[in-house]
Ligand binder design. Structure first.
Ligand SMILES: *[C@@H]1O[C@H](CO)[C@@H](O)[C@H](O)[C@H]1NC(C)=O
Ligand SMILES: *[C@@H]1O[C@H](CO)[C@@H](O)[C@H](O)[C@H]1NC(C)=O
Ligand SMILES: *[C@@H]1O[C@H](CO)[C@@H](O)[C@H](O)[C@H]1NC(C)=O
Ligand SMILES: *[C@@H]1O[C@H](CO)[C@@H](O)[C@H](O)[C@H]1NC(C)=O
Ligand SMILES: *[C@@H]1O[C@H](CO)[C@@H](O)[C@H](O)[C@H]1NC(C)=O
Ligand SMILES: *[C@@H]1O[C@H](CO)[C@@H](O)[C@H](O)[C@H]1NC(C)=O
Length: 440
């Protein structure tokens, strides 16, 4: 009996100790978490991101906006992008075929030295050194003197005063990359000569740059957002093309700038094409990323944008335009078999009907068509690709300001540093704006 009870007591004691251990460890867990809960929010924040927050009249909840240093810390590791279901919340609907009305984008270039150029390069104080070709030594001027003539109908001729009337009391904003900035500068140059000195002003260069026309209470603005959604390239000056990180599902920061604008003109293309994969930062909590092809990344960004357009644009008082891809002329063999140059020293448009260079990606066009088709009448497409394809003569090539310095062997070979991407002004972007004018 005695033996038995002693063993029982030992067992009981052991059991009690075990229970105590369990309970204390659970309690311990609870108490440590309770202590953690008392730590001020600031010290609990991870180092990434720094959680800058902002408000928007349109959003009742707070969203995180990343600062420059946050982007520097993002994507410590990345995996291959696994396609996921479309972000689109907009249903696919067939686009109106608009039978009977004229297709402004199908036509030809007609030499017209009477009506063109629409302004003088040197008399526009807002001209960009990147686009002022004559100022930088371009010897020919013919590239300034072409009119776009649609097949089967005429475009309404540009009238600056009529455009200003259309803009009275309104904000017109161009949103996108340097090609869209060129179109914005063209618009400013087209209008500014009609406004007396002192009645117009330009804000300093920033992500948002504003040209103000006092008498008309109108603004013509440019907002830098080359990848549409938030990205590490959102600084208009300090950005690198070769390492792009985007937040595929977030454009809150940008949309807060453009949400109440009357007329919006978007573009986005070349930034998805150059450089290696685009990194996708889905969540700001862990900072890991996926690496995607440009086209997949662009699809995600445009879907996010389309959701914004579908849910936020008030068609009764707002207009939205999307400018299709701007062609490049990087290989002269594409229009002149056997040659080995690019747009350098080209002085005449391409005459071959429906000429289409390899720089204009068909898959991208299909993507844009699909997304714009879903948005139907909410977005007007400015389909400038084909008409601009013909204009191999209209790029700055070597006649612009370059910020980098070139080695002697590069200078000896102008083709090596020619800019065959942007467009001289006056020039092709003026015609894009005439088309815009025709749709307003
Ligand atoms: C205590 O918490 C840690 C982490 O929170 C958990 O892994 C562990 O299982 C917990 N222990 C007990 C006994 O609940
Ligand atoms: C800490 O964060 C919570 C919610 O995240 C908030 O309700 C609380 O006010 C914050 N406390 C401080 C001191 O900021
Ligand atoms: C957010 O909105 C509230 C009220 O709507 C305002 O008091 C606060 O200052 C705003 N915060 C920021 C960062 O704009
Ligand atoms: C326009 O071009 C025609 C033919 O090339 C030429 O004869 C004429 O002088 C030019 N007019 C102007 C104003 O440059
Ligand atoms: C000027 O335009 C803005 C919109 O861009 C509008 O809110 C404002 O009322 C206008 N002011 C006048 C005096 O018309
Ligand atoms: C633009 O026009 C081209 C023909 O020049 C056509 O193939 C393309 O589908 C059009 N794009 C859109 C978005 O409508």
């Amino acid at each position: 009996m005695q033996k038995w009870s002693r063993r029982r007591v030992q067992l009981l004691l052991f059991f009690c100790l075990f229970l105590l251990f369990i309970i204390s460890s659970i309690l311990g867990n609870q108490s440590t978490s309770r202590i953690q809960g008392k730590v001020p929010n600031a010290t609990r924040r991870p180092s990434f991101p720094t959680f800058l927050t902002t408000n928007s009249s349109n959003h009742k909840f707070t969203k995180w906006i990343l600062g420059a240093s946050d982007w520097g810390n993002a994507c410590g590791s990345s995996q291959i992008y696994k396609k996921r279901p479309s972000l689109a919340t907009v249903k696919l609907q067939p686009r109106d075929s608009r039978q009977g009305s004229c297709d402004f984008f199908s036509g030809r270039w007609v030499y017209d030295n009477v009506s063109y150029p629409l302004y003088d390069e040197g008399s526009c104080p807002y001209m960009s050194d990147q686009l002022a070709c004559k100022k930088h030594g371009r010897p020919d001027e013919e590239y300034q003197k072409w009119r776009w003539q649609p097949h089967g109908c005429n475009l309404k001729r540009w009238k600056g005063l009529e455009m200003l009337e259309k803009l009275r009391g309104k904000r017109l904003m161009f949103v996108g990359d340097s090609l869209n900035r060129g179109q914005w500068i063209s618009m400013v140059c087209l209008l500014q000569s009609l406004i007396p000195t002192g009645k117009k002003s330009m804000s300093p260069n920033a992500p948002l740059t504003i040209f103000t026309v006092e008498e008309y209470n109108a603004t013509v603005e440019f907002y830098w957002a080359p990848l549409i959604v938030e990205s590490n390239s959102d600084d208009p000056v300090n950005h690198r093309l070769d390492d792009r990180i985007i937040r595929p599902d977030s454009l809150f920061k940008h949309a807060s700038q453009w949400e109440n604008v009357d007329i919006l003109v978007f573009n986005s293309y070349l930034w998805w094409r150059s450089g290696p994969k685009v990194k996708l930062l889905w969540s700001v909590d862990d900072g890991t990323c996926e690496a995607a092809d440009g086209l997949d990344a662009m699809a995600l960004a445009l879907e996010t944008w389309a959701n914004w357009v579908a849910s936020s644009v008030d068609q009764r008082r707002q207009r939205v335009f999307f400018v299709t891809m701007s062609p490049t002329h990087l290989w002269s063999r594409e229009w002149n078999l056997g040659s080995d140059g690019n747009c350098f020293q080209e002085t005449m448009p391409i005459e071959e009907k429906s000429y289409w260079g390899s720089g204009s990606d068909i898959e991208t066009m299909k993507l844009v068509e699909n997304i714009m088709g879903r948005l139907r009448d909410k977005v007007t497409v400015l389909n400038i690709t084909q008409l601009s394809e013909y204009r191999k003569d209209s790029h700055p090539s070597i006649y612009r300001k370059f910020w980098e310095t070139f080695a002697p062997q590069q200078l000896a070979n102008p083709v090596s540093y020619s800019d065959c991407i942007h467009w001289c002004l006056p020039g092709v972007p003026d015609v894009w704006n005439e088309l815009l004018f025709n749709f307003l």
